[in-house]
Design a protein around this ligand. Structure first.
Ligand code: ADP
Length: 365
């Protein structure tokens, strides 16, 4: 491989020399012919053949020397301004091919260098940065999933072991069996969410828009939490505009409301209040879900849409940090907007704004 490369280098140097030789010979011959004819005219005599032969030999030697000098200068210039950056770029891309995305290429010095290289270097550095981000996300995701799976699996293992004791009283047996069922439910929920998120992120879900009444869908979702609000004695306030028809994927949108209501009831203490409002104009529908729960700090608020992020670890067993990541993805797919306002100890409001007609989006997707 190296031998092949050095042969190629020799060929390119020799061919460069010939190009310069021809160029120098052509330019010099033209100049000399012009000079000689002007000289003959001005001194009024013809040059003899031997004079011309001598001058031709000297000129030939000069042309060869000039060509050699030009080829040498060009060789050094190419080494410094072309081969060096090319070598650095190929070395860096080879490292990236091996999975090392930490490489960055220093820009070439501006003097005499081709700016095109700096543009390529900038693009490659950006690409490496993006790839290392994706790689971190991927490894983080695997670490998080494995970590989240460990807790319910450990619960199931421990209670399973305890259940093997034949002398266990019936009520303990029931308690352990329930704990195992609950842990397996958590595991199943998490895997369902992971799969949904994965499909949503890889665009494997093709939204299926239908026209439906958004107010009705919100009520349907809210009613699922009736037992929770009754148990926790949470007051409900609803202000739902009538006949707000939207054309969107109902199943995906239901995922958004279910997750937002589930959080509102989860993070609101007994005796608190959850408020739902739906307003709409010609183009957009706006849903606000507020609670008087624990609220969150700005630091927590900045991360809540990240996968597996759980700001409130005291309620970590009641979720898996995937709910809002799913919500955000669905809202993004619908090209809607989601915002959150929250104050610790006061409460939280999530505002979702979606286009009432998502049909057009579908066709362009
Ligand atoms: P989880 O399964 O933990 O609820 P989510 O993705 O639904 O996961 O929420 C991520 C984090 O956002 C929660 O752990 C919590 O800290 C914060 N959060 C979400 N909704 C609320 C809310 N209504 N009130 C206070 N904090 C909230």
């Amino acid at each position: 491989m190296k031998k092949e490369k050095s042969v190629k280098n020799v060929i390119s140097t020799v061919s460069n020399f010939f190009v310069f030789f021809l160029l120098a010979a052509f330019v010099t011959t033209c100049c000399i012919m012009l000079f000689v004819s002007t000289l003959q005219e001005s001194i009024g005599r013809e040059f003899t053949e031997s004079e011309i032969a001598l001058a031709a030999k000297i000129t030939m030697v000069n042309v060869v020397m000039i060509s050699l000098a030009m080829a040498a200068v060009d060789y050094i210039r190419r080494k410094l301004t072309v081969e060096r950056p090319v070598k650095r770029i190929t070395e860096a891309t080879a490292k990236m091919m091996e999975g090392d995305f930490s490489v960055r290429i220093a820009p070439t010095s501006r003097v005499g260098a081709d700016d095109g290289f700096n543009e390529i270097i900038e693009c490659i550095n950006k690409m490496a940065e993006e790839l290392s981000g994706v790689e971190t996300l991927r490894t983080d995701f695997i670490v998080n999933v494995s970590h989240e799976m460990k807790t319910p699996l450990a619960v199931m293992q421990n209670y399973g072991t305890l259940l093997q004791d034949m002398s266990l009283p019936e009520e303990k047996r029931m308690e352990y069996a329930k704990a195992i069922t609950e842990a397996s439910r958590r595991l199943a929920d998490m895997m369902t969410n992971v799969l949904k998120l994965n499909r949503l992120q890889n665009q494997q879900i093709y939204p299926n828009p239908t026209t439906f009444d958004l107010g009705e869908q919100l009520c349907e979702s809210l009613l699922q939490y009736e037992s929770t609000w009754e148990r926790k004695n949470i007051a409900l306030d609803t202000d739902i505009a009538e006949n707000v028809l939207v054309c969107a994927d109902a199943e995906l949108l239901l995922l958004v409301w279910n997750n937002l209501f589930s959080n509102a009831f989860k993070f609101t203490e007994e005796g608190g209040r959850v408020t739902l409002s739906l307003t709409a104009d010609e183009e957009y529908a706006t849903v606000r879900i507020s609670d008087t729960g624990c609220g969150m700090t700005a630091e927590v608020g900045a991360h809540i849409f990240e996968k597996f992020y759980q700001g409130d670890t005291s309620r970590a067993t009641q979720g898996n940090g995937l709910g809002l990541a799913l919500v955000k993805r669905v809202v993004d797919i619908m090209e809607g907007e989601i915002g959150v306002e929250s104050a610790v100890g006061v409460g939280t409001t999530f505002t979702v704004r979606i286009r009432r007609n998502n049909h057009g989006l579908e066709e362009t997707r």
